[in-house]
Ligand binder design. Sequence first.
Ligand SMILES: [Zn+2]
Length: 239
Amino acid sequence: MEKQNTSININEIPEVTTVKMGFVDSYIIKGQVNAKGENSWILVDCGIYGSEGKILRTLKSLGGKPEKVSLIILTHAHQDHSGAVKELQRITGAKVAIQREDAEYLVKGISAKVTPVTDFAKLMARLIKSRPQNKKGGITPDIIIENELDINEYGVNGKIMSTPGHTKGSVSVFLNSGNCIIGDILGKTLGKVTGGMFCNDLEENRKSIGKIIGSNATNLYLSHGGKCTINEVKKVFSP
Ligand SMILES: [Zn+2]
């Protein structure tokens, strides 16, 4: 029998945990605890190719088990977010969800178009390209997100909503608590919130930032640059 880690009190684990992986972060969401005292987990993004070990070690440190992962959400199909999805899908057996517009890239095992807007972004794009790419081919997503997907059935109170612009199929994860994981909709430059460093469509991205400002979100989790509050975003983007 597997030894239980009794030193972890699940109630003390935060709803959202950051998995720091160098230049990109992924996130682990803690689900509700059921009557048996068990809870499920949702992974948001999978880092670059080869990141599964780091993500699963972090999950374990929270008291989670791979087989308790109910859902893997990809905020979009860039390789620094979807690189380890094939391995994580295999190991956890969880369903993988992605928005329709980015799904074809996942199937092909390639990155959605990366469109740098600023000089710094062009540098970053080269960095991303130089990282290991998914060499093992694509996967078939289990869930295709259209405009919105309720994630309550996966043990987490919240929903996924389309927030296009960075890529056509970018989504954000809005939790009822006010925590919101937004992928690459916003970035940070010298500690200041920015938008559109990489953008397929700047206007669409601006609309998506408006959608986030108009939502219940209070704490935003970025893929590059850590966290920010909704007030920091309003200061930069409110008319
Ligand atoms: Zn991206």
